[in-house]
Design a binder for this molecule. Structure first.
Ligand code: ATP
Length: 285
């Protein structure tokens, strides 16, 4: 195969709990991951040697700091690939947003290298390599609805979550994941989401069981630093969302709607009020 075009889908967290800080600085987490219909488009082309990366996005690194670059290099090294690859990234997923934008690009790149060079790696092989790039990469390889434990790499696939409309809003602020986790370590006495209950709700196909249990402990830090997140959540609820939550370490907020009309009106309203620079109306994938 000479060329390949693939989509890299974003995720949201329907639930995110932090169990404890590990000695290596990572955190043990318990998360419900869900793929959503917002995606980057990546084009891969075999070239005689090297890694050439281009993108429509003005601020992303194009060197070894890009997770796509890391994924290509990892596959080259592990499978003895001497040829190179040219990658173009059409970035549509909000950056540094809590939607695993970089991790999903890396996941698709591992799959693309596997296909382009016919390396015969299993999904399990790719997941094992992927975790070296980032804790969310194994999930991004798998996709769908899943429970993620450990540092995020211990995955249990769950049945597809019930259909609904999803309003996603990324305010124009930058949140550092490192800052959020560090400040959470200093906090005590906050509520923990009912992740086990949500797993049961997903297995039972109950959207209400899911929306009743939306929860993310990282809100305790990020909302304190950026109250706009609470404002967007409140607006989504006032506009008819069943419930609303921040995804990952933020600042992206999503609202779950059962009613399509309300979701469409809320989409227009949030855009008009300019509470967020990037707004999407989408669904689970
Ligand atoms: P997560 O949900 O895993 O915390 P995120 O949405 O918060 O991810 P990303 O969009 O993955 O964050 O990117 C965070 C930083 O990583 C960016 O500021 C960027 O400099 C760097 N980065 C490296 N490669 C990529 C990539 N392919 N796409 C986006 N960001 C990348």
């Amino acid at each position: 195969m000479k060329e390949l075009q693939l989509r890299a889908y974003a995720k949201i967290n329907l639930g995110l709990d932090v169990i404890r800080r590990l000695e290596n600085g990572y955190h043990e987490v318990k998360m419900i991951m869900q793929t959503v219909g917002i995606y980057d488009e990546l084009t891969f082309e075999r070239i005689p040697s090297g890694i050439v990366l281009t993108t429509n996005h003005g601020e992303l690194p194009l060197d070894e700091n890009n997770l796509i670059y890391k994924a290509v290099r990892l596959m080259q090294e592990n499978y003895g690939v001497t040829e190179g690859v040219k990658v173009h990234l059409q970035k549509n997923i909000p950056v540094a947003a809590g939607m695993a934008g970089g991790s999903t690009d890396a996941a698709v790149t591992l799959k693309a290298m596997n296909a382009l060079f016919d390396l015969q790696a299993s999904e399990e092989d790719l997941r094992r390599l992927g975790v070296k790039i980032g804790a969310d990469v194994p999930y991004c390889i798998m996709g769908g609805t899943a429970l993620a434990e450990g540092i995020g790499e211990k995955l249990t696939a769950l049945p597809k979550a019930p259909d609904c409309y999803l309003l996603v809003a990324k305010p124009d602020i930058n949140v550092s994941t490192k800052y959020v986790y560090e400040h959470l370590d200093a906090k005590e006495g906050y509520d923990h989401p009912d992740i086990d209950g949500m797993v049961e709700a997903i297995k039972a196909g109950s959207l209400k069981g899911i929306t009743d249990r939306l929860g993310n402990v990282l809100e305790n830090v990020t909302i304190e630093a950026h109250p706009i997140i609470a404002t967007i959540k409140e607006r989504m609820l006032a506009l008819g969302a069943d419930n609303s939550l921040m995804s990952g370490s933020g600042p992206t907020v999503f609202g779950i709607f059962t009613d399509k009309d309300k979701a469409e009106k809320a989409y227009g309203q949030i855009k008009e009020e300019q509470l967020a620079g990037q707004v999407f109306l989408t669904q689970f994938v």
